[in-house]
Design a protein around this ligand. Structure first.
Ligand code: SAH
Length: 228
C-alpha cells in the first residue's frame, strides 16, 4: 500500500514519517509513505498556493490549480482520493479498515480559511476527523495515515487489532501490568489465576461494562436524539 499526502506544510510530517510503525513498514516493503509539496506545482515565481476568497471575507483560500496539478502528478488508475475537510463524513475505525484495503491513498490537506470548493470534485470522498476546526489538514492526514497503516496486514499482529476498541462494536477491556498491588490498588484476581477461560469471560464482561459506562451510544443504548 502507498499513502501520498498533498500539503503546503511538508515539514510537519518529518517526525511522523520516522515513527517506528511507519519506518518498520516502509523498510519491509509493506508500505510506502510519501509527502508532496503542493507549492512545487504552483505556477509563477511566487508559487502562490492561496488567494483571497471571491465574494470577500476573512482569510485566504487554497487554490485549485496547484492542488489538481499535484494530484495529477501522483495519481494512478487505482488511486483513492480523500480530501480532509470539517464538512466531510466523520472518520471511524470502520472507515480505517475500508481505506486499508486501498492500493494507493491520496490525502489532500487544506489550509488557511479552507480550500477552493472545486477541489472537492476531484475527491472520491471528503473525510472529517471530528467536529472541531484545525488550522490545516496535516494533523487529520496523520490521524488517518496512522490508523490505516497499522491495519495493513503484516504491520501489527492480527490478534492485537481484533481485540481493540471499536473492532467488535465495544471498547477494549481494562489492561494491567506489574506491580500486582500499587498503593493498595490491586489487579483483579482472575488475571493472576492462569485460567484462560475465566480471563476471556472476564474481559468480555468488562468490555461490555466499560462500553455501557463510557460509550453507551456504541451499544445503541442512547438515542442520537438524546445527545442532540
Ligand atoms: N473554514 C473552514 C475550515 C478550514 S480549516 C470551515 O469552516 O469548514 C483548514 C483546513 O484544515 C481544512 O481545509 C481541512 O483540510 C483541515 N481541517 C480542519 N478541521 C478538520 C477536521 N475536523 N477534519 C479534517 N480536516 C480538517
Amino acid at each position: 500500500m502507498k499513502i501520498t499526502v498533498l500539503t503546503i506544510c511538508p515539514e510537519q510530517f518529518g517526525d511522523f514519517a520516522r515513527t517506528p510503525l511507519i519506518a518498520r513498514a516502509q523498510a519491509s516493503g509493506l508500505l510506502a509513505f510519501e509527502v508532496v509539496d503542493i507549492r512545487d506545482f504552483a505556477p509563477g515565481s511566487f508559487r502562490a498556493v492561496d488567494d483571497s476568497p471571491y465574494g470577500g471575507g476573512a482569510g485566504m483560500v487554497l487554490r485549485v490549480e496547484p492542488v489538481v496539478r499535484a494530484l495529477e502528478a501522483v495519481r494512478t488508475p487505482s488511486t483513492r482520493v480523500i480530501v480532509l475537510a470539517p464538512s466531510g463524513t466523520p472518520y471511524t475505525q470502520k472507515k480505517a479498515h475500508e481505506l486499508a484495503k486501498a492500493e494507493h491513498l491520496v490525502l489532500i490537506c487544506g489550509h488557511f480559511e479552507g480550500m477552493d470548493a472545486r477541489i472537492w470534485d476531484y475527491a472520491d470522498e471528503l473525510v472529517s476527523i471530528g467536529d472541531y476546526v484545525l488550522t490545516g489538514g496535516e494533523l487529520a492526514a496523520m490521524v488517518i495515515a496512522d490508523s490505516v497503516m497499522r491495519l495493513v496486514p503484516g504491520s501489527m499482529k492480527a490478534e492485537s487489532v481484533r481485540e481493540e476498541s471499536f473492532e467488535q462494536g465495544l471498547l477494549e477491556y481494562p489492561q494491567y501490568t506489574r506491580p500486582a498491588d500499587f498503593c493498595g490498588k490491586k489487579v483483579p484476581d482472575v488475571l493472576l489465576s492462569g485460567d484462560h477461560g475465566a480471563i476471556r469471560a472476564w474481559r468480555q464482561q468488562e468490555a461490555l461494562r466499560l462500553t455501557r459506562e463510557r460509550r453507551p451510544d456504541l451499544l445503541g443504548e442512547t438515542g442520537a436524539e438524546e445527545e442532540s
